[in-house]
Design a protein. Structure first.
Length: 472
């Protein structure tokens, strides 16, 4: 884009007084454009942006949005680009609006257990800051050391501990927003209770930047979590692991983590060198408890796992032993990376996100294993067994056209199987580009038209993150 285009000319004039000048906010060099063209989703080709904007204030976002709207330039909001559904992918000729520099924690309010922050604050950094006040912000996406609060809100992110503590939507009290035409508004409240008007805050959470741009958030906090202990249990069959999950839930336990690794994933972590995982098991459960007496809680769950047929159960009694157990879950990504490195070519790990009723968990994992065999692929399934949210991960060589095609087909079959079991196409990653067609299959025609109507109400020109979530 040349310096005399109407968009850049107007924006440079509006941002002339910005610290560092407009050239510290607006970028058109090919390297920056390429770096901000997409998020982390596979199977979703990005467009080429015309300009990347990295504002530092909400007022600068207002200027940018107002100008782009007047000139009919599409705008794609972005955070840290860790998303896995293509929601932050650029469209051709767009302005990419990246809020990562808006990274201030504005206020921590211990009396009301809330924090106010800008969208570019990294999730772990927020939690570290509130921990100094003996508080915690529980949502913990796997990418929490890099992902931002704005991105978490846009996608409705979850995490390992959401089985007990809930997801991002459960902690968003209010939002500071800039609408597609540049108008600014605030939703929500600071009070613990409040039902005045429609719940626009909840509507925004998970809207993936298609309705408004988040420029500030008020988030609820909880008292710091008590010390936790963990157990690891391995099972001879998926059914046995499913029975153990059902028994733990039916007995009234509320673990702070209840994670499942299928046969392939358990083997990969064992091969990677984790000392507690025995090779050859059909499934592994990792359970964490931060109850008042976690040792007694784990002892009961230990017996329930053994009653369901567990053959290898390790229960921690110290923080270090617990850390080692939890490490088995955190080693999944490097273990799969090590496996992918053995494939040659151009290995890719495609992380899926499907949720089914907990009662269908074992059946769904079994179906995924059948799909892997049918298409001659390695599919590693892990996820949050406590809430039925699984992440089947297809590892394939994307330089092999036939294997690439089989991976895409397997992905579609997994999605279809999840919906057939009464599930949903996404539990925490969002729709973006990747699952737009699957959302249309999941929703009934009336619900789909309501989605489209909301998009038209907020964005009549279809300029804000166009083509994402639902077609206009």
């Amino acid at each position: 884009m040349s310096s005399d285009t109407p968009l850049l000319s107007r924006l440079r004039a509006l941002l002339a007084d910005a610290e560092g000048g407009p050239d510290s906010i607006l970028y058109t060099d090919s390297e920056t454009l390429a770096a901000h063209s997409r998020d982390s989703a596979p199977f979703s080709e990005p467009g080429t942006p015309a300009v990347v904007a990295l504002p530092r204030t909400a007022e600068q976002v207002e200027h940018i949005m107002r100008t782009a709207y007047a000139l009919d330039v599409p705008v794609v909001p972005q955070g840290a680009r860790t998303g896995l559904a293509g929601a932050a992918n650029a469209v051709d000729g767009c302005l990419v609006l990246n809020t990562s520099r808006m990274n201030r924690i504005l206020e921590i309010d211990p009396a009301n257990r809330l924090v106010r922050c800008e969208p570019g604050v990294v999730t772990k950094q927020l939690n570290d800051a509130v921990a100094e006040h003996s508080l915690t912000y529980p949502p913990d996406p796997a990418s929490w050391e890099r992902c931002t609060i704005g991105g978490n809100i846009a996608t409705g992110a979850g995490g390992i501990c959401c089985v007990k503590y809930g997801v991002t939507a459960d902690y968003v009290l209010g939002l500071d927003l800039v609408l597609p035409d540049g108008r600014r508004t605030r939703t929500g409240r600071d009070t613990a209770k409040g039902v005045a008007g429609y719940d626009l805050t909840r509507l925004m959470v998970g809207s993936e930047g298609t309705l408004a741009v988040v420029v500030g958030a008020t988030l609820a906090l909880r008292p710091a979590r008590p010390p936790a202990l963990a157990l690891l249990a391995q099972f001879p069959s998926l059914t046995a692991a499913g029975d153990a999950v059902a028994a733990i839930t039916a007995a009234g336990h509320v673990p702070s983590a209840l994670e499942l690794l299928d046969r392939a994933t358990s083997q990969a972590v064992a091969d990677y060198g984790h000392p507690l995982l025995h090779p050859g098991s059909a499934a592994t459960l990792i359970v964490e408890s931060d109850a008042g007496d976690p040792l007694r809680d784990l002892h009961t769950m230990d017996l329930l796992c053994k009653g369901a047929g567990a053959q290898n159960v390790v229960t921690s009694t110290t923080t270090e032993e617990s850390r080692q157990i939890i490490e088995a879950r955190r080693l999944v990504t490097p273990a799969l990376g090590a496996f992918a490195a053995t494939l040659g070519g151009k290995p890719t790990a495609f992380i899926e996100d499907v949720a089914v009723p907990r009662s269908e968990l074992a059946k769904f994992i079994g179906t995924i294993e059948e799909i892997a065999a049918r298409y001659r692929l390695r599919i590693f399934t892990l996820g949050h067994a406590g809430d039925g949210n699984l992440h089947p991960t297809v590892v394939f060589d994307e330089s092999d056209p036939d294997e690439f095609r089989r991976a895409q087909t397997a992905y579609d079959d997994i999605m279809a199987a999840g919906l057939a079991l009464g599930g949903t196409s996404t539990g925490e990653h969002g729709i973006g580009i990747l699952k737009r067609d699957w959302l249309a299959r999941e929703l009934d025609p009336v619900a789909l038209e309501l989605h489209r109507g909301l998009k038209r109400l907020f964005d009549p020109k279809n300029l804000l993150n166009p083509g994402k979530v639902v077609a206009a």
